[in-house]
Design a protein around this ligand. Structure first.
Ligand SMILES: Nc1ncnc2c1ncn2[C@@H]1O[C@H](COP(=O)(O)OP(=O)(O)O)[C@@H](O)[C@H]1O
Ligand SMILES: [Mg+2]
Length: 309
């Protein structure tokens, strides 16, 4: 187990969020890896009087007859780090694709810095250039993003598309920042899953975007890489929206939580800590579950956080 992890036994005095009362007879069933992350920078407080960076106004979406987003509204100000939580199928990835202008909402509007964004509107060269240079989406599966012959070309792709004149410097800088500077000549498909994720991140950051949208960025990472990523993201002074269904990780990724319920509506918009204390809401969002534990011939039932990926 890496140094940054510790196994901790929880009793009633140190009950973690998401656990109901521990077994009164002190069975050792409630062990849990507790992640300890080093906080590099606290969230910069967003200016409350600043214009929203991202604005979602009554957005709904369906795939065919199936509703996946219902009347979602929120605004995100510059510098905010927001965590988008919801169980599988609640609509998180669809919402991120709308925020990245890849799909148009079925109803309602998405605005970036007051400008309505849809794939059709992004056909305007000026808006396309500005939006694609300023808002970046990290897909959950890095293989969906990697297509260049070398890591260098992969990271250089965006800056070249934008016609920037300091491509090589940007590639080296961001490759070093994410720790893939030694792999610049390798074909991306030869990298490990964690390394691929880092290359994708460097490729996005090479454009120095104002907004980073991250779709379950830790889903394929081992604990050490997860810790690295959380540290790294914490050190970036960029507006971020990160999806996850991992409740232990959520407070490390941002202070504000948005939660999509099973009915695909927004059931929480506020501090993550308040959300984590609200078992009813977490259960309604299918982010916790209850199941039986057996200890010899004794049995008890209590609530668990979905922490596994
Ligand atoms: N392109 C698509 N066509 C049809 N159904 C889709 C498509 N993309 C996602 N879905 C469905 O929409 C629902 C929401 O998906 P998604 O936004 O990926 O949710 P999440 O990211 O929260 O798991 C799921 O039931 C999924 O199967
Ligand atoms: Mg998803």
């Amino acid at each position: 187990m890496p140094d940054s992890y510790a196994l901790k036994r929880y009793d009633s005095a140190t009950l973690p969020v998401g656990f109901s009362t521990p077994p009164s007879d002190g069975f050792n069933c409630c062990f849990k890896a507790e992640m300890r992350y080093r906080v590099i920078h606290p969230d910069p407080a967003p200016a409350s009087d600043s214009e929203p960076m991202l604005e979602v106004i009554g957005v709904g979406h369906r795939y065919g007859a199936v509703e996946v987003l219902r009347d979602i509204s929120f605004a995100i100000r510059p510098g905010e780090k927001v965590v988008l939580l919801g169980c599988n199928g609640s609509g998180k990835s669809t919402l991120l694709k709308i925020l990245n202008g890849l799909i148009a909402p079925g109803s309602g509007q998405f605005r970036y810095q007051t400008e309505e964004i849809t794939p059709t509107r992004l056909k305007s060269p000026d808006l396309h250039r500005r939006f694609r240079g300023e808002v970046a989406l990290l897909f959950q599966n890095p293989d969906a993003m990697l297509f260049n012959p070398s890591v260098f070309d992969e990271i250089a792709f965006g800056p070249r598309q934008m016609g920037l004149d300091d491509v090589a410097q940007r590639v080296r800088h961001w490759a070093d920042q994410v720790g893939v500077g030694a792999h610049l000549q390798r074909p991306p498909f030869t990298l490990s899953g964690g390394e691929k994720q880092k290359v994708c991140l460097a490729a996005l950051l090479a454009l120095e975007p104002k907004v980073l949208l991250l779709d379950e960025p830790t889903a394929a990472l081992d604990p050490r890489s997860t810790g690295w990523l959380v540290d790294f993201l914490g050190g970036l002074n960029i507006t971020t929206v990160t999806t996850t269904h991992n409740l232990s990780l959520a407070p490390e990724l941002g202070k504000r939580g948005l939660v999509l319920g099973e009915d695909h509506s927004l059931i929480h918009d506020g501090p993550i800590q308040a959300l984590l204390a609200d078992m009813e809401k977490l259960a309604a969002a299918n982010l916790v579950h209850t199941h039986r534990h057996r200890h010899g011939n004794l049995e008890h039932r209590h609530t668990h956080v979905h922490d596994w990926q």
